[in-house]
Design a protein around this ligand. Structure first.
Ligand code: CP
Ligand code: NVA
Length: 330
């Protein structure tokens, strides 16, 4: 498998074999890391990390993964560069492409990361856009595979805002890898029809299925994985909170949802999560709308069925695999 020089913008661009290869490679790197076996085979290289939105996991994963591989990093924070303000994406890409061997981008429209990739001349990695979050998918798949031993035929139910980066990306990866994806949410939050049609084509090849339902019982019964994400994503306006709470409260992940899935089901969340009021935004919104937990209850989040911290750790191992494979370390 040779992924050297490839961009990593959305999993739509990758075959099931390539996705599986990256998950396998991540598992190898994880094993090496745990055993203390050094793997700094990319010494002398440098990568740029552009973040137009904030981050804990993705940024730290890129920094630690790069360091472990022997790569130097430059972090460009949301307010710390000229990008999009004084300098176009195409110009930025051509400047950074001359200094760095790879560029990570987190920001708004997918078109921006695509433009960056078009002009950079070096691999560009999508660290989250409005539409997709592909590095998160590899971590989620590694976590599910570690727990269940396989991915094929796993039933994954996504609850909440299924028309944004997480819902879209989970539908794509499940369709590619022969899993059964269900979006269980209000109709307005179903994924885009064109993307659903495209994923149904992948599903026809892999044996996957795609179901969209508003019915919580039908959508969660017998699921292996219950997945959710915040109801209001980064960059969305304050005004959407009210409508989200009204429309999505019926799709909160509660103990009743986990019981419907069954005792062998696991809970995943890309994080950060509003499972209590111990955050500034959670507290403000909680006081305004009268809730104490949002997309998932604290009970489920803290339960033995919750694998969210294993999942967060796997961000680093999987991002390392993406960097290494596309920069030609393997
Ligand atoms: N899951 C995720 O992407 O987390 P960050 O926003 O902290 O990077
Ligand atoms: N949907 C969330 C994902 C965060 C990792 C957001 O875009 O803010």
């Amino acid at each position: 498998m040779d992924l050297k020089g490839r961009n990593f913008l959305t999993l739509k661009d990758f075959t099931p074999e390539e996705i599986t290869y990256l998950i396998d490679l991540a598992a190898e790197y994880k094993d090496k890391k745990k055993k203390g076996i050094l793997h700094d085979t990319l010494r002398g290289k440098n990568i740029a990390l552009i973040f137009e939105k904030t981050s804990t996991r993705t940024r730290c994963s890129f920094e630690v993964a790069a360091h472990d591989l022997g790569i130097g990093t430059t972090y460009l924070e949301p307010s710390g560069s000229q990008i999009g303000k004084k300098e176009s994406i195409a110009d930025t890409a051509r400047v950074l492409g001359r200094m760095y061997e790879g560029i990570e981008y987190r920001g708004y429209e997918q078109a921006i990361v695509e433009e960056l990739a078009k002009y950079a001349g070096v691999p560009v990695w999508n660290g989250l856009t409005n539409e997709y979050h592909p590095t998160q998918m590899l971590a989620d798949m590694l976590t599910i595979r570690e727990h269940f031993g396989h991915l094929k035929n796993i039933r994954l139910t996504y609850m909440g805002d299924a028309r944004y980066n997480m819902g879209n990306s989970l539908m794509i990866v499940c369709a590619k890898l022969g899993m059964h994806f269900t979006a269980c949410t209000a109709k307005e939050y179903f994924p885009d029809e064109t993307l659903v049609a495209q994923c149904k084509e992948y599903a026809a090849q892999s044996g996957a299925t795609i179901t969209l339902t508003e019915d919580v019982n039908a959508g969660t019964k017998g699921a292996d994985v219950i997945y959710t994400d915040v109801w209001v994503s980064m960059g969305e306006p304050e005004e959407v909170w009210e409508e989200r709470i009204e429309k999505l409260s019926a799709y909160k992940v509660t103990k009743a949802v986990m019981d419907s899935a069954g005792e062998n089901a696991v809970f995943l969340h890309c994080l950060p999560a509003f499972h209590d009021l111990k955050t500034k935004i959670g507290k403000e919104q909680g006081e305004k709308y009268g809730f104490t937990e949002l997309e998932v209850t604290d009970e489920v989040f803290e339960s033995a069925q919750s694998l969210v911290f294993e999942e967060a750790e796997n961000r680093m191992h999987t991002i390392k695999a993406v960097i290494a494979a596309t920069l030609g370390a393997v």
